[in-house]
Design a protein around this ligand. Structure first.
Ligand SMILES: Cc1cc2nc3c(=O)[nH]c(=O)nc-3n(C[C@H](O)[C@H](O)[C@H](O)COP(=O)(O)OP(=O)(O)OC[C@H]3O[C@@H](n4cnc5c(N)ncnc54)[C@H](O)[C@@H]3O)c2cc1C
Length: 383
């Protein structure tokens, strides 16, 4: 719907400071620069490149951090450092915990998911302090104090890659030190990284086999006490000196916005929240089962296109047709994984040793990835 007043700018409030929010802001600055005014409402001051936190316990440099003030400025967005608290869809007002009332013509909720430990008797991965959590464990393995390890995914899988990356990197490090702990991944997936389709899953299974990591797939784990994993179905059990688990994710549950199961926000194929007026959502906050940065970015692109069209920009919104790209870090070289996702399954599955997308970054995102790539080059050149 084009606006009658040519000077009217559609006032877009984007809540969040992760992949989904930043991709939305950058996309709108390209698609509808003069037709929208943009506000980034974010609880943090930095964007943390979460996928690279997995290498921190192995004494690599910390994951990259970027100033949100700089990204907002480059996207032509006003930065408000506060938290989205609740929304009045009828009045089109977003309330912040700091007491601000932000009127909007379009609101994008991109506030991510809340990770919660699912197992009391396991070490649950938290990317805010992975180094602290796992550094001691890796030292214990290297010094031969750990003879068996289990890596367990909770029944509702959180992110896809970190459990496998940790298993492969820990195994590589242990074998380098000439210690050989028994290592097993327990996952509800039909096979390792099954969502990427059969070619990827079979190749990752082979990679794990050569790294001496066993996989128990289609399995729901219980951990009744420390060191014991019960595997359902099948009445099997596994004893492990240490158990590392992925957290389970819950949606942000923003008051005023309809949410589905576990607090996640349902969206239409065009990114809009049903029955909430011009409210859109993208990323881990949504009910889409796959939680992945590249998917968050594609959802953000869909929402941005819908909003650009609403603002009267010459854009024809395309519905969400997810394609998943992932870089699997291993003890040696990384592997590149790609698939199209339809009906919860991966097709056109590709496993390669060279990248098939550009720039070849861990989070594949049409606008954010080249932006960060350019930023990294400039920073490197300035040194
Ligand atoms: C260890 C690890 C490895 C991963 N590896 C990969 C990978 O290799 N490739 C890949 O594509 N994905 C990977 N992922 C997944 C990816 O990081 C997430 O899918 C992605 O970060 C989701 O982006 P998001 O913007 O939806 O949410 P988030 O990244 O969770 O960002 C949410 C943002 O919203 C802000 N916020 C929260 N509440 C509020 C509020 N009330 N008001 C305002 N702001 C708020 C937060 O401060 C944060 O800035 C990995 C994740 C982890 C943890």
């Amino acid at each position: 719907m084009a606006r009658e007043d040519p000077d009217h700018k559609l006032n877009v409030v984007i809540a969040g400071g992760g992949v989904a929010a930043l991709e939305t802001a950058l996309a709108l600055s390209e698609l509808a620069p003069s037709q929208t005014s943009r506000t980034l409402l974010t609880a943090s001051s930095e964007f943390v490149y979460r996928p690279m936190t997995v290498v921190e316990p192995f004494a690599y440099p910390s994951a990259q951090r970027y100033s949100l003030a700089q990204i907002a400025e480059d996207a032509g967005a006003q930065l408000v450092t506060d938290r989205l608290s609740w929304v009045e869809p009828q009045k089109q007002v977003a309330h912040t915990t700091g007491g601000l009332e932000l009127a909007y013509d379009a609101l994008v909720v991109a506030t991510g998911a809340r990770p919660q430990p699912h197992y009391k008797h396991a070490l649950t991965i938290d990317d805010r302090n992975l180094d602290e959590t796992l550094h001691g464990l890796i030292q214990d393995i290297e010094e031969g104090y750990v003879s068996s390890l289990a890596f367990v995914a909770a029944p509702r899988m959180a992110w896809l890659l970190p459990l496998y990356e940790l298993a492969l990197m820990i195994s590589g490090r242990a074998y380098d030190m000439n210690v050989k702990p028994a290592m097993t991944v327990v996952t509800p997936e039909d096979g390792p990284l099954a969502i990427f389709g059969s070619a990827v899953s079979e190749a990752v299974a082979e990679l794990l086999r050569s790294a001496h990591v066993d996989v128990i797939a289609s399995a729901y784990a219980e951990i009744p006490r420390s060191g014991l994993v019960l595997i359902n179905p099948g009445d099997r059990c596994l004893h492990a000196d240490r158990i590392i688990a992925l957290p389970e994710l819950y949606g942000p549950g923003v008051r005023g916005i309809p949410v589905g199961e576990h607090g996640f926000i349902r969206v239409t194929p065009y990114g809009q929240v049903p029955d909430a007026g011009p409210v859109y959502a993208a990323g881990d906050a949504t009910a889409f089962a796959l939680k992945h940065g590249g998917i968050a970015a594609q959802q953000a692109d869909v929402a941005a296109e819908s909003i650009a069209a609403l603002a009267g920009a010459p854009v024809t919104p395309a519905p969400f047709h997810p394609v998943i790209h992932g870089i699997l870090l291993t003890h040696e070289k990384p592997r590149y994984l790609t698939a199209r996702i339809t009906g919860g399954h991966g097709f056109s599955s590709q496993f390669t040793e060279t990248p098939t997308w550009s720039p070849p970054t861990k989070i594949a995102a049409r606008y954010l990835a080249p932006y960060l790539d350019e930023h990294d080059h400039q920073t490197a050149n300035a040194r």
